[in-house]
Write a protein that binds this ligand. Structure first.
Ligand SMILES: Nc1ncnc2c1ncn2[C@@H]1O[C@H](COP(=O)(O)OP(=O)(O)OP(=O)(O)O)[C@@H](O)[C@H]1O
Ligand SMILES: [Mg+2]
Length: 362
């Protein structure tokens, strides 16, 4: 199995970062620095260049450094066959991306080869937060691993917007609304099928990871329970039959846009029973499962970005996580404020992050 390796990182004007030019090690890399120096921003910049999204949910203008015109990130990544150069330039009004110096025709062409998996403090919301975050986790994997998924997602969203607009009209026209049942059924059922197959793959990987990091896996279950089924005909029929309720609520109620990935522990929703630490371990297990499934499906090990895990896990669990990480064969970037945590990754290359710059440590 080959692993994706970032061989060069250049960042300029991204949040507080400036003049960053580092050559990471192929294995583990630790970014050390005090609060507010720019550690998370380095991971965010790397992931942004690979996925074209901020894992902190930031808008473009939040990413551009105060006083800078644009935020620029350049990554060189060695994949199974070739080395490629990813460049993203973000201004307050837009974004430009190039792959090996050329503008890609479709965004998916750009990011499908550049998989990063990120674990960060906001991931607690994967367990506790709104269903949208869990749907986003599934979609993030599926756009990279299922041909046509991204297009189906777009076509579905377009049909949904149009149908919902009609439902909100003063005198909704049932015939016009029903015209969208077919495209919703076609794309929506495809999304449901892909998500169900994915959750079946994620489940054993999440159970294993949770077992290894949190020391127990008793009864963790992930389930995707669709509101409208994965069979196209049945999906379309379910949406059609729901029209009276949709009219009453002025919105399309059934479909993958409203589905959730349920996480239960001994039959009880994890958000209700899991302790703070267990919630973190569970979120981490979901991320490790993401890594595992990406690896299984693309035959390439993604890059793993771990933001501040030691504030998330106790020392024993951090040590177990790092031990586990070493067996994955992934290139890793881990941030911490604590040099003792860096010692838990003995072979790692160390970088000091200070006031927005990054320098290798002796
Ligand atoms: N658009 C921006 N332009 C300039 N500076 C910014 C911008 N957005 C955020 N910052 C600042 O960048 C600094 C680095 O933030 P970052 O979250 O990367 O720090 P950190 O090293 O991860 O800190 P912590 O240890 O507290 O997590 C902070 O001082 C933050 O206020
Ligand atoms: Mg941080």
């Amino acid at each position: 199995m080959t692993s994706l390796r970032i061989t060069d990182v250049h960042v300029e004007g991204f949040r507080n970062l400036h003049g960053v030019a580092i050559t990471p090690a192929p294995g583990a890399n630790v970014l050390l620095g005090s609060n507010g120096e720019g550690k998370t921003s380095v991971l965010e910049a790397i992931d942004y260049a690979a996925s074209l999204r901020s894992f902190r949910g930031a808008t473009r203008s939040q990413l551009v450094g105060h006083g800078a015109k644009a935020a620029e990130v350049l990554l060189r990544m060695a994949g199974p066959l070739v080395e490629r150069t990813y460049r993203a330039r973000v201004t307050r009004n837009g974004r430009e991306i190039t792959l090996d110096g050329k503008r890609p025709e479709r965004a998916v062409e750009y990011f499908s080869g550049a998989a990063c998996v990120v674990f960060h403090p906001g991931d607690l919301d994967l367990v506790r937060g709104a269903p949208e975050l869990r749907r986003r986790l599934l979609d993030r994997i599926l756009v990279r691993t299922v041909d046509g998924y991204g297009e189906a997602l777009k076509s579905y969203a377009k049909a949904l917007r149009a149908r919902n607009a009609l439902l909100r009209e003063k005198h909704p026209n049932a015939k016009a609304i029903q015209a969208f049942d077919f495209p919703l059924g076609r794309h929506g059922s495809a999304l449901v099928r892909a998500r169900m197959a994915l959750v079946a793959d994620l489940l054993p990987a999440a159970q294993r990871a949770f077992d290894e990091v949190a020391l127990r896996a008793d009864g963790i279950v992930l389930k995707y329970v669709p509101r409208a089924p994965g069979d196209q005909v049945a999906f379309t029929a379910a949406v059609a039959e729901n029209l009276p309720r949709d009219l009453a609520r002025r919105s399309t109620l059934l479909g993958p846009h409203a589905d959730d990935l349920s996480i239960t522990w001994s039959g009880i929703p994890a958000k209700v029973v899991a302790s703070q630490g267990q919630t973190r371990a569970l979120a981490l297990a979901l991320r490790l499962a993401e890594l595992h499934v990406l690896e299984q499906r693309t035959r390439v090990v993604p890059v793993l970005l771990l933001d501040d895990v030691s504030s998330e896990l106790d020392r024993e669990r951090t040590a177990r996580l790092f031990a586990l990480v070493e067996t994955l064969g992934a290139q890793v970037f881990a941030t911490t404020t604590d040099p003792a945590i860096a010692d838990l990754l003995p072979g790692a290359a160390r970088f000091r992050v200070h006031a927005g710059s990054v320098a290798p440590m002796p």
